[in-house]
Ligand binder design. Structure first.
Ligand code: CTP
Ligand code: ZN
Length: 155
C-alpha cells in the first residue's frame, strides 16, 4: 500500500482530484466554489509524496460526481490534475483538465476600475484567447491578463 493510501482512505463514491501541484489544494477548492458548508465529506491532503511530482495535493469530494465543465475551472491552477470519478469504490472515469473557452465567476479581474469589480451583480468573465500560450483577456475591460495574476486574485 502506498504512503498516499495510508494517509487518506479510498472513497465509495465521488470525485478524486489527484496530482494537484503541491500547495494548490485550497485554491482549487475556491475555484470550484467548495466551501465545506455544502455538507459533503471533503478530504484534503497536502504535500503528499508522489513518484511523478515529488509532492502533490489531493482532494476527495464524497457523494459528488463533478462534470468536466466544473473541473475545467481548475485548469489554470492545477494543469496536471487528474480527475477520477469513483463509484462503488472503482475509478469509472479518469480525465485530465482542459482550459475552457472562458471562466465565468472564477477569478477576479485585476483591473480595479473594471465593471466586474464595481458592480456586485456582474460576474467576472475571462476569455481564453489561446489555450496553448495561456493568453487571457477580461471580456469587460479587454485587459490582457497573466495566469499568475488571475490565480492570485482568488480569495
Ligand atoms: N481513489 C479513491 N477511492 C477509490 C478509488 C481511487 O480515493 N475508491 C483515489 C486513489 O487514492 C488515487 C486516485 O483515486 O488518489 C486514482 O486512483 P487509481 O486510478 O486507482 O490510482 P493510480 O493508478 O495511482 O492513478 P494515476 O495513474 O492517475 O496516478
Ligand atoms: Zn476587467
Amino acid at each position: 500500500m502506498s504512503e498516499e493510501q495510508l494517509l487518506v482512505r479510498r472513497i465509495r463514491e465521488g470525485t478524486v482530484i489527484d496530482h494537484i501541484d503541491a500547495g494548490k489544494a485550497l485554491l482549487v477548492l475556491r475555484a470550484l466554489g467548495i466551501t465545506g458548508r455544502e455538507g459533503s465529506v471533503v478530504t484534503v491532503a497536502m504535500n503528499v509524496p508522489s513518484v511523478k511530482l515529488g509532492k502533490k495535493d489531493i482532494i476527495k469530494i464524497e457523494g459528488r460526481l463533478l462534470a468536466a465543465d466544473e473541473t475545467n475551472k481548475i485548469a489554470l491552477i492545477a494543469p496536471k490534475a487528474t480527475i477520477n470519478i469513483v463509484s462503488d469504490y472503482r475509478v469509472r472515469e479518469k480525465r485530465r483538465v482542459e482550459l475552457p473557452d472562458e471562466f465565468i465567476g472564477v477569478f477576479n479581474c485585476p483591473n480595479p476600475s473594471c465593471i466586474s469589480n464595481s458592480e456586485r451583480s456582474v460576474a467576472s468573465r475571462i476569455e481564453v484567447l489561446d489555450k496553448e500560450k495561456q493568453k487571457l483577456r477580461c471580456w469587460y475591460c479587454r485587459r490582457i491578463l497573466e495566469a499568475n495574476e488571475l490565480i492570485s486574485s482568488i480569495h
